[in-house]
Design a protein around this ligand. Sequence first.
Ligand SMILES: *Cc1c(COP(=O)(O)O)cnc(C)c1O
Length: 343
Amino acid sequence: MSIDLRSDTVTVPTAGMRKAMAEAEVGDDVYGEDPSVNALEAKVAGLFGKEAGLFTTTGSLSNLLGIYCVAEPGQEVLCDNRAHIVRAELGAHAALHGITTRTWVSNDGLVDADTVEDLMVPDGGSHLVSTAAVEIENTHNFGGGTVHDIDDLRAISELCRRHGVKLHLDGARIWNAHIATGVPLADYGELFDTVSVCFSKGLGAPVGSMLLSTRENIAKARIERKRLGGGWRQAGVLAAAADYAVENQLERLAEDHQAARVFAEAVADRAPGAIDLDAVVTNIVVVLTGAKPASEVIEAAAAKGVRLSAVGRHLVRAVTHLGIGVDDAQSAGEIVGDLLGGE
Ligand SMILES: *Cc1c(COP(=O)(O)O)cnc(C)c1O
């Protein structure tokens, strides 16, 4: 038995999703002729109130293309010190597009307009790097699945517009934020110039993300995607999986949030200092390992059939998803709690 809580990327296609993939109508997407891709791009753009969408292989690629649309070489993007774009994309924005980043520091990945304003240099003139854009991650992955308050996002969006600075959303898990808060997807969409969403995390599609923006930005991103080798042909089989996920596996994210809470409470019962229960709001739980190094806890948990990942020297992460039931979450929480409770 293994309860795999390393990430919500480990899900495999459900039976209904495989059927939808098998039956998908397809064409050559580089020619713009894949009906399933075209329909998905239009549909998801509509959900977020955007003009157009571009289906991509990964969230890293849609972030790369989104940031490319909002900043020029030699300009900077502001983001959290543990944002996926600065930690988990291998320096792509700098290496490929000449865009630098400057970060604010937080424990939970959340930020307010004042902090952003303090860092922002909208017009750096001939001496300082100019801030072209701000990037927000919602939910925040390494912050522990935390959700930004919509009023904070509105204030940040208003600040950026006032200064002519663009705003990009890494919404790999915006679906989880939407389910946790009830805030409509379009209410998030309207605050940002470019939005990246993933179908391959909690939604459970095997592959696929999407960049959403204006028709003009998406046309520019489509060219750059091809330049980077990301043009694809009969991608409709994957679009069908993503469409199935949005139609049938979005509302069930509430179950993942419930399972995360069950896991967190089982850990907290046995090791009270290991978890901040108030910080558990979606499907990601960050656990403090106390004096033990994260690697030791991961190894000991794996020996008992629970797989976790490290997010710091003394921090491990557990992520619930459609392969994890409430009973799995409870058992995993007991196992991890017992490992840490002996402190
Ligand atoms: C997973 C993830 C991405 C994209 O990851 P890919 O593996 O490139 O699809 C982007 N941002 C966040 C916050 C993520 O968790």
